[in-house]
Design a protein around this ligand. Sequence first.
Ligand SMILES: C[S@@+](CC[C@H](N)C(=O)[O-])C[C@H]1O[C@@H](n2cnc3c(N)ncnc32)[C@H](O)[C@@H]1O
Length: 236
Amino acid sequence: MVSAEARPHRDVVSFVRRSARMNPSQQRAWRDHRDTYLVDILRDSMSTSVAPQVPLDWSAIFARTAPLIAEIGAGNGDSLVATAAAHPDMDIVGFEVFEPSIASTVGKLAAQGLTNARVVLADGVQGLRHLVQPASLDAVHAFFPDPWHKSRHHKRRLISPETCVLIADRLRPGGLFRVATDWEDYALAMRDVLDASPLTAMYDGWAPRFDERPMTKYEARGIAAGRAVYDLCYRR
Ligand SMILES: C[S@@+](CC[C@H](N)C(=O)[O-])C[C@H]1O[C@@H](n2cnc3c(N)ncnc32)[C@H](O)[C@@H]1O
């Protein structure tokens, strides 16, 4: 039996570990393109954790100095790929914990020949904490984060006071944090947390729909179920 001291410390995280079986197209994308797009990092005890380390030199990774965007929970990469394609003058890194989703993302990036995007297979909160310098990001995106409906699970929600302080610290002055959700109670909770954070709301009330955000299956599912979609946009 492992003693309490020897057991690795587990943060409360915003995801559950799922089985990581890839379909054939994801297997191909992973085999052919992971070396191009996946950033290697030092891990802690979990496969999705990030060890404390010297923040990565993103200019070296992209072989240029350009404004940098981070996306947390990039899913299958639809927003990440759209942002990279729309902004060849910017670089974007997506954090995602589900390996098959990362494989889909690298497949899409390769299909478009994009060179200004990378993916990290890890918890994006730990990624921002350990891999990104303070005041270095132009924007942080978190689209349709898992809603964690039950009250006893609210502590798992990505948008928490601690995460907002971290995001505010990693954004450069004037940098933007963009979030969207189709769950009203989470949207209201996010707004309360963000209003109390060091960030400043860009709009009175909800932000207009971020027009660069493509319709993903999560948004489409929410709309089909009759839910409204809420965008929030805050500035450091
Ligand atoms: C509901 S999905 C939304 C995906 C995508 N943003 C979209 O709109 O299609 C949430 C995603 O966030 C990922 N995720 C949850 N917490 C995360 C974290 N702390 N770091 C990285 N990815 C996370 C999940 O694995 C999942 O793919």
